[in-house]
Design a protein around this ligand. Structure first.
Ligand code: SF4
Ligand code: SF4
Length: 236
């Protein structure tokens, strides 16, 4: 079954508690930045910033809206990034059968980072300057494999970030979607059949970020996972 995160963007206040908690747990350094006139800081994901609260100010039906998008790896079924890394070196990336977490191993430094990044439908992995490997969110694999919540989920004070069994998170996502649609008729879930980090957008996901949803999602879906394709067994 595995685990999932449900991110209810209608509840995000852009406090960046999750962004800081990720840095703290992963022991990642801060980055020198400058004021660009946006709440979004740093301006993009990087080798040392694997979680970022993106920010857009938009006009919706003559009303100003702030759209916060705490972004991280989606832990796709049949992760395309892992497929690309495997093509260069088997074992450079792994996907855990029990949780679904997609993470890098020590071998990742032998894989060109730009190739892994280009395979990701959400533009998530980031390479270091020498392009040896990538870094990205690993679902706090060290925490969740020991029964703990991911650090970003634990830090969230508003109920935006939720973590649990995949079925429970999908149920919660659909329940919240039904409620939210009364106020925001364009509300939608982001690629819920293909990923383990499910976002609830209050309006068109492209208003949040151009890669918020995928043009072409992972070829493996939740349905196929249940049919036994993923996790070692092959389709007959
Ligand atoms: Fe890999 Fe990108 Fe999917 Fe994360 S979102 S598992 S980096 S393909
Ligand atoms: Fe960072 Fe862990 Fe959250 Fe991933 S799951 S964004 S590694 S805190």
């Amino acid at each position: 079954m595995g685990k999932a995160i449900f991110v209810d963007l209608t509840r995000c206040t852009g406090c960046r508690g999750c962004q800081v908690a990720c840095k703290q747990w992963k022991n990642l350094p801060g980055e020198e930045t400058r004021n660009t006139g946006s709440h979004q800081n740093p301006p993009d994901l990087s080798f040392t910033t694997i979680r970022l609260v993106r920010f857009q100010e938009v006009r919706e039906k003559n009303k100003l809206e702030w759209l916060f998008f705490p972004e991280q790896c989606r832990h796709c079924y049949g992760a395309p990034c892992k497929g690309q890394a495997d093509a260069t070196l088997e074992g450079a990336m792994m996907q855990d059968d029990a949780t679904g977490a997609v993470y890098t191993t020590d071998k990742i430094t032998q894989v060109p980072g730009d190739e892994v990044r280009s395979a990701c439908p959400y533009n998530i992995p980031r390479a270091p300057k020498d392009n040896k490997g990538v870094s990205k969110c690993d679902f706090c694999f060290d925490r969740i494999s020991n029964g703990m919540k991911p650090s970003c989920v634990l830090a969230c004070p508003t109920g935006t970030m939720n973590y649990g069994d995949e079925d429970d998170m999908l149920k919660l996502a659909n329940e919240r979607l039904e409620i939210v649609k009364k106020q925001y008729p364009d509300a939608v879930l982001g690629d819920p059949d293909s990923v383990r980090v499910i976002y609830l957008f209050q309006s068109d996901p492209k208003k949040y970020y151009e890669n918020a949803v995928a043009e072409a999602v992972s070829p493996v879906t939740r349905k196929e996972l249940f049919a036994g394709i993923f996790g070692g067994k092959k389709k007959a």
